[in-house]
Design a protein around this ligand. Structure first.
Ligand SMILES: Cc1ncc(COP(=O)(O)O)c(C=O)c1O
Length: 415
């Protein structure tokens, strides 16, 4: 596509009108019809985040150290609050980043550089062993650094299988990974067992709590069954958790933490061989929005433990109703035993992808998992008001698929 800049500028009103018009063609996320990409706790939390973001709209978090002590203070306090939430030791350290992918890539780079130092091999390029359910960000990071990722099959309950992971470990393995929870199945991996494995084999265990890190602690406080997944587990070296998902803060905002200062020392970039002197950053990106930092701080301060617990209660009550509704449809079953609000459901009686196709035609953007085949939903309170309409359409779609008999779907799983 090629388009010239307009020769003369247009009015703000005309531009806004056109943007609003363009949005008309987007999937209806506000109506709860998009099962990924967007998150919401409630209107008040969204407004606090938005206000804080725009309060620091122009500032640059890259300049936090030199120009904007306000931004630096908020960033430090977000990290400090998160470290206590994740039961980290007193000397653990953490950093804000712009997303789960960046947090993961940096944890991989930190592990690689720490391993190089430990093994005294400056050019060491090792491998990462993980369940097949871990996020593609590990492959993205490994690709950038010329490392290998080995994916092990999951157990029948769709959690990581420590024995299968151990079988792929060799002398070049530097990191193993557990998810809390995994994106495909919403299941928290057996982090205690993986921690024991990491300690026994002298490996770095990274816990990818990107999607669940800021929800699971509060769901656990409600007395629900949430396996230990954070620094309370011996053997966990690093942990990533995204604020812009179930921390309910505006994008872009994520966090990554290291158990020890020795490990954290390898995080970040410090360079002065250029004309402008020392260039020190704790992110892969340089410039990054201070708004993301400010909004995370404001959301933490606004909600506190009590506020997050209330959101967790509301969300899990909705998820219970959702699971019950799906379970009531003859032929549908929830895959595995998801711990939080990511759920996949499938069928051994008919082609579930065909159900997704019919739902898509009714305006529900499909989330799909291909192994085993299922419909995938990552749910926040955005989805609660649409529950009855969703279940009614699922029931109708299943009825159609049953009547079609041997129908074959053409839809493919795409993130
Ligand atoms: C388990 C897990 N890890 C990492 C990520 C990557 O996060 P981001 O999209 O913020 O880069 C996701 C995204 O959904 C995820 O679910």
């Amino acid at each position: 596509m090629r388009k010239s800049l307009p020769a003369k500028g247009r009015s703000r009103d005309a531009i806004l009108a056109e943007m609003r018009d363009m949005k008309g063609g987007d999937a209806d996320w506000q109506g709860g019809r998009v099962p990924l990409f967007v998150f919401k706790a409630n209107d008040e939390v969204s407004e606090v985040g938005k206000e804080a973001f725009f309060e620091f709209f122009t500032e640059n978090a890259l300049g936090g150290r030199r120009a904007f002590p306000s931004v630096k203070r908020m960033e430090d306090e977000v990290i400090a609050m998160a470290l206590s939430l994740f039961n980290a030791p007193d000397d653990a350290q953490g950093f804000m980043t712009t997303g789960g992918t960046e947090s993961i890539i940096q944890a991989v780079q930190t592990c690689r550089d720490w391993t190089r130092k430990q093994r005294k091999i400056p050019t060491f390029r090792g491998n990462i062993v993980a369940a097949e359910s871990v996020h593609p960000a590990f492959n993205k990071g490994a690709g950038l650094m010329d490392l290998e990722v080995r994916r092990a099959p999951v157990r029948a309950d769709l959690a990581a299988d420590p024995a299968a992971i151990e079988a792929l470990i060799d002398d070049d393995t530097m990191m193993i990974v557990g998810s809390a929870p995994s994106f495909p199945y919403g299941v928290i991996d057996p982090i205690r067992e993986l921690g024991a494995l990491a300690e026994r084999r002298g490996l770095w265990l990274h816990v990818d709590a990107c999607v669940g890190g800021y929800l699971a602690p509060f769901v656990k406080m409600l007395g629900r069954n949430i396996p230990d997944f954070d620094f309370s587990v011996p053997g966990v070296s690093s942990l990533s958790a995204d604020l812009h998902k179930f921390g309910f803060t505006p994008k872009p905002a994520s966090t990554v933490f290291y158990r020890t200062p020795e490990k954290a020392a390898h995080h970040g970039f410090d360079f002065d061989q250029w004309p402008n002197g020392r260039f020190l950053t704790s992110t892969i990106v340089g410039t990054r929005p201070a708004g993301g930092v400010a909004a995370a701080w404001a959301t933490f301060e606004f909600l506190g433990v009590e506020g997050y617990k209330k959101i967790a209660r509301d969300l899990m009550t909705f998820v219970d109703a959702y699971k019950a509704g799906i379970g009531d449809v003859d032929g549908l079953e929830i895959l595995g035993s998801p711990h939080l609000s990511i759920i996949a459901y499938g069928s051994s009686a008919f082609d579930i992808f065909r159900v997704a196709e019919i739902m898509q035609a009714k305006g529900w953007l499909p989330g799909l998992v291909q192994k085993p085949k299922g419909i995938h939903r990552m749910m926040s309170m955005l989805h609660a008001p649409a529950l009855d309409a969703y279940l009614a359409d699922v029931r109708a779609a299943v009825g159609v698929v049953r009547q079609e008999g041997e129908s074959r779907s053409a839809i493919k799983a795409t993130y």
